[in-house]
Design a protein. Structure first.
Lengths: 373, 151
């Protein structure tokens, strides 16, 4: 009799468990302190800072060319787009017009980056939810993009290909053929992604209606990227404030209204297809010309403040540079999309089951070094 | 809305603040005590409706500290920069804007962590990245003999 009473007591008691910092589904060192009642999540409290490197502080002692190499290491899956953000901010401040060729190549590279990032999202998200096959399929295709990067940029993941004023070096002569080959290949296999996961009944049951964010909540919390667009928040910087060659291409902004885990996933699937359409429009039209504008070896920005947003694979990356006229910036702030998207996790996950917390966290596609910086 | 029109509209809605047209975006400079009421008005005014907090930056200007807010409007896609300066370096404090923009919660914790600026009425003001015994590394007078080697 006594034992039974104790059991009843436990059911009503709230208890705290630690998820992470070494949990495989947090994709890095994110520690979530979860308060549970039975299997139901009461509260989630993210503890971050395990890989805080003080990038903003380090930038204050570096030149603008050197900062590029640190931005790779924030969101390492959108390395190319992060580089571009700093480059655009510096170029706007100096009022430099970069050659058309640079704009085209940057846009193609950004879209390739987006595709490989979403491929890895798909791979790891499937793995989080129990489908290990996804991981092998996703990495198989991602490897082909990394090979293209390696050929032109030298690096595979941490590319550092952009530099203020242009590119580090010209594209490989084989670049266009390799990209077209990849697009042909990927169009042929992307249906496998849908066959494996999107149409899977178990997957849909686990993801539909989970972690819902309404449009009002998405705006209030400033969610961006596919996470925000799944809630109907039209926040695509490429569309609203076009940079590089995005004003020369036509593409769809992927918007859904449901705002749940499934539609965040679906938004990324559709974005891969849109990215391929963007590359299609540009790859044959890369103009001839220099691959960099004429730049001084020492860049000094005029005194003032400069803000530049770009659309990374995860949302809006804002770079805010305050210059006092020296060769080092006075202050650099990175508004990272993951940092902002993590904040409402408690709101999304409260009331759901502990197993669904993995799905909700995975659907945000968090990159922890970008949160900690 | 044109930039000059936007600037005029902002100036009309926040008469107590110092406004400037700015290179990129209109700039509004307010005192720390006014920041919540100014941001509230910028958000509520239907012709401006700055409802997205894009970026919240803590600053150390050398003599005084400051906070810079970048706001964007979902409806009109225009931006404004709201700036404040806090002269008190010993015990800096400013009103929190969490009640207006819930997304400010993490941003303000970050600023508190790295610059030591306290936000009044913040729901959960704790350090975000660093230990409680650490200094405030983004301040210009922060010294770290081990990790920062000055040339």
């Amino acid at each position: 009799m006594e034992v039974k009473e104790k059991k009843v007591g436990l059911e009503n008691e709230e208890y705290i468990i630690n998820m992470g910092p070494q949990h495989p589904s947090t994709h890095g060192v994110l520690r979530l302190v979860v308060a549970l009642k039975g299997e139901i999540v009461q509260r989630v409290e993210p503890h971050i800072g395990y890989i805080h490197r003080g990038i903003e502080k380090m930038c204050e002692n570096l030149t603008y060319q050197q900062i590029i190499h640190l931005t790779d290491r924030m969101d390492y899956l959108s390395a190319h787009i992060n580089n571009e953000a700093v480059c655009l901010a510096v170029e706007n401040a100096l009022e430099i017009e970069v050659p058309e060729r640079v704009k085209y190549i940057r846009t193609i590279m950004s879209e390739l980056t987006r595709i490989q990032s979403h491929q890895l999202f798909w791979a790891t998200f499937g793995m989080d939810l129990g489908g290990l096959t996804c991981f092998f399929y996703g990495l198989r295709d991602r490897e082909k993009i990394l090979d293209i990067f390696e050929e032109s940029c030298g690096g595979r993941m941490i590319v550092s290909y952009n530099t203020p004023g242009g590119l580090m070096n010209d594209i490989h002569p084989n670049f266009q053929n390799r990209v077209k080959e990849f697009l042909k290949y990927f169009r042929g296999v992307i249906h496998e992604y849908d066959d494996l996961l999107t149409g899977n009944v178990i997957f849909q049951e686990r993801s539909k209606g989970m972690g819902v964010m309404t449009l009002e909540q998405a705006i209030a919390w400033g969610l961006t990227g596919p996470t925000g667009r799944a809630s109907g928040f039209s926040c695509d910087i490429r569309k609203h404030n076009p940079y590089s060659a995005y004003d020369k291409v036509t593409f769809r902004e992927i918007l859904y209204t449901e705002g749940d885990v499934f539609h965040r996933y679906l938004a990324r699937m559709e974005e891969m297809r849109e990215s391929m359409n963007i590359i299609d429009q540009l790859i044959d039209n890369i103009p001839e010309g220099p691959y960099t504008a004429k730049m001084k070896p020492v860049i000094k920005l005029p005194e003032g403040e400069y803000f530049q947003s770009v659309e990374t694979a995860r949302g809006e990356l804002g770079v805010y540079i305050v210059s006092d006229g020296n060769k080092n910036p006075f202050r650099v702030k990175f508004r990272s999309p993951n940092f902002v998207n993590l904040a409402p996790l408690n709101l999304m996950a409260s009331g759901s089951k502990i197993a669904d917390l993995v799905a909700i966290g995975g659907s945000l596609d968090l990159i922890i070094p970008d949160i900690d910086r | 809305m044109e930039k000059s029109q936007l600037y005029a509209a902002i100036t009309a809605i926040v008469p107590e603040a110092v406004t400037a047209e700015g290179k990129q975006f209109p700039e509004v400079t307010v005192t720390p005590g006014n920041v919540r009421s100014v941001m509230g008005r910028l958000k509520e005014e239907p012709s401006l409706s700055f409802d997205i907090l894009v970026c919240l930056t803590g600053m150390d200007y050398g003599t005084d500290l400051g906070v810079v807010y970048h706001l964007r409007s979902y409806t009109f896609n225009h931006m404004v920069v709201v700036k404040t300066r806090i002269p008190d370096r010993e015990n800096p404090a400013i009103d929190s804007v969490c009640s207006i923009f819930p997304g400010a919660e993490f941003h303000e914790r970050e600023v508190y962590d790295l610059l030591g600026i306290k936000f009044n009425d913040h729901p959960d003001l704790r350090r975000l990245f660093l230990e409680s015994t650490w200094g405030y590394p983004l301040r210009k007078d922060y010294k770290d003999d081990v990790n920062i080697v000055l040339k």
